[in-house]
Design a protein around this ligand. Structure first.
Ligand SMILES: [Zn+2]
Length: 235
């Protein structure tokens, strides 16, 4: 949807299997919310986004987990998790559509597979590098450099390029699903404020999300394109 090309070496079936097992684990570990009204809103927004995603193979499931964390994700295979901690920030249906659109975009663009492939590539590079440099004076230096790089690749949920592409695809999905894409700006402003006040001390280069101001400016620049995709919801 953005024209960006990717390096992926994992078959999508493998990603789906991993997604399903993670989802089962999560359901055993985190309590599901008992709030019927909030759950109903999640189902409604989730269904609308899923319908316009074009992911015909996905087995959609939208689960509201009871957790103070302001978090949400979509596992490969169509399993979407929203934590109650993010609801004060999403505030309304359009805010929730921003988050679901963004998370579904990660799944749609197969960012999980891309991330795994990157980690696998780094691993191979690591073993090649170890052999090549073990006998040389650069051996110890290479070991030191290699370890942090591979940790970052695995530990970071998504790269900044992936985040930016999920923002773009997410805007289009929410517009197609009948939610005004402008609402995304308000959501990210509230989320940025939340990050600031909750004392997020993560160094900028390790943050999951692109710098807030850059992100919001980029989203604003994409609004005309997203607005052109807007279709009023019929139900
Ligand atoms: Zn993301």
């Amino acid at each position: 949807m953005t024209g960006r090309s990717q390096f992926i070496m994992t078959p999508s079936g493998q990603e789906t299997a991993l997604g399903l097992s993670e989802f089962d684990k999560l359901k055993r570990e985190v309590p599901v919310s008992g709030d019927a009204a909030k759950t109903a809103i999640l189902q409604k927004v989730g269904r609308r986004i899923a319908e316009v995603s074009g992911m015909e193979e996905a087995q959609w499931e939208f689960v509201l987990f009871e957790s103070p964390q302001a978090n949400a994700f979509c596992l490969p295979g169509g399993k979407v998790e929203i934590y109650t901690g993010i609801l004060p920030i999403t505030r309304d249906e359009a805010g929730l559509a921003t988050v679901i659109g963004h998370e579904v975009a990660h799944a749609l663009a197969r960012h999980g597979g891309e991330r795994m492939s990157m980690a696998m590539g780094l691993q191979m590079l690591g073993s090649v590098g170890t052999v090549a440099t073990a006998q040389s004076k650069y051996g110890p230096v290479f070991q030191q450099m290699y370890a942090p790089a591979s940790q970052v690749a695995v530990a970071l949920p998504h790269s900044r390029v992936q985040e930016s592409s999920a923002d773009e695809i997410g805007l289009i999905l929410m517009a197609k699903a009948g939610y005004a894409p402008q609402s995304a700006v308000g959501f990210w402003q509230r989320f940025s404020e939340y990050n600031r006040t909750s004392g997020n001390q993560t160094p900028w280069f390790l943050r999951t999300h692109p710098l807030d101001e850059q992100r919001i400016a980029k989203i604003q620049s994409l609004l005309p394109k997203a607005q052109a995709e807007f279709r009023p919801a019929t139900r």
